[in-house]
Design a binder for this molecule. Structure first.
Ligand code: PBG
Length: 337
């Protein structure tokens, strides 16, 4: 029988010893293939109308819902800790069937934006463009006879995007999953004189149970039906790539995959195939799972967060939208103290 020289004990058992690459923390740091830090994060912030003090989000421990001014202060605090970008989510005090509050020039989002840009002009601000926190039925678009009216929704989303960019948004992030929303926003922004404003498409957005805590935070759960008629089916990876491809063709400057950890295959395939920056959204449920398990002492929140972010980045995400952004920046500061 032929002897495998690599495993022959007579020859010292010189099989490949990968442990040689992992012998010390310094060596592991030296050889790390990827590095993720808070400089690649986007921090979501929830604002709402009025001046009431910040409120805890019960299903997202450690996070709050802010007034516009307080939200801007919190964004500034994150920026000063090292977070380069925030994603603003608003909601309406007066929800209606068509989500008109979403494009009010005095919405919580536009007020927050103006205050951020006055005080921290180089903080990158993205805004979520969707109607679900502004409609009385909780759908992401106009709801008619049990389905979303795609084309009627597009016109409203255009108004929302223009209102946000007029107030100072650097990027608008359409998350309604309406067909051709990116193309419509691009033409509306160009017509309104904002060719420099960017679009981050929530291109591959799966209908996901992991958005549960967010819907509680935003009060945006649908009162009838669900979002499966417009968001992606989680079984479909190729269809997710088609969504991304269309958004790029329509002019998206960046594309996003969400939720993140359940979609690593899509992130990796998109990374190979397309050359725009790719974002991934570590969503509310991904955050809540880690926090809830950590509260019970079942895992270490910091280690689990850092590991998940590393995996999402390794799969190919350039930037990650994460509720851990500010915590991550603070953990990094601790390491340097
Ligand atoms: C708006 C929107 C949602 C999320 C981001 N934008 C909710 C949804 O589509 O139901 C989810 C974010 C999260 O869970 O953290 N449509």
């Amino acid at each position: 029988m032929a002897v495998d020289p690599l495993t022959d004990p007579e020859r010292g058992g010189s099989f490949p010893r990968l442990h040689r690459l992992r012998r010390s923390a310094r060596m592991r740091e030296w050889l790390a293939e990827t590095r993720f830090d808070s400089g690649r994060t986007v921090y979501p912030i929830f604002v709402r109308p009025g001046t009431a003090p910040r409120e805890k989000l019960e299903s997202m421990p450690g996070l709050f819902r802010y007034s516009a001014e307080d939200g801007a202060r919190h964004a500034g605090e994150a920026f000063e800790a090292g977070v380069p970008a925030v994603l603003l989510f608003g909601q309406s005090g007066h929800k209606d069937a068509r989500g008109r509050g979403a494009y009010s020039p005095d919405s919580a989002v536009t007020k927050c934006l103006r205050t951020i840009k006055q005080n921290w002009p180089s903080l990158v601000v993205l805004t979520d463009v969707c109607l679900c926190a502004y409609t009385d039925h909780g759908h992401c678009g106009v709801w008619s006879h049990g389905a979303v009216d795609n084309d009627a929704t597009l016109e409203i989303l255009q108004k929302v995007a223009v209102a946000h960019v007029r107030a100072g948004a650097d990027f608008v992030a359409p998350s309604a999953m309406m067909d051709h929303q990116v193309g419509h926003l691009r033409s509306a922004l160009d017509r309104a004189g904002f060719p420099g404003a960017g679009i981050l498409g929530y291109s591959a957005k799966f209908a996901s149970s992991f958005y549960g805590p967010f819907r509680e935070a935003e009060g945006s759960a649908p009162t009838e039906g669900d979002r499966r008629g417009y968001q992606l089916d989680s079984r479909n990876g190729r269809e997710a790539l088609r969504e991304i491809e269309l958004d790029i063709a329509e002019g998206a400057d960046m594309v996003m995959v969400k939720p993140a950890l359940p979609s690593l295959d899509v992130i990796a395939r998109a990374r190979d195939r397309y050359h725009v920056p790719i974002a991934a959204y570590q969503v509310s449920g991904e955050y809540a799972m880690i926090k809830a398990a950590a509260d019970r002492g079942w895992l270490d929140a910091r280690a689990a967060a850092v590991e998940s972010l590393a995996a999402i980045h390794r799969a190919g995400a350039d930037v990650i939208v994460t509720y851990f952004a500010l915590a991550l920046a603070r953990w990094e500061q601790e390491l340097h103290e």
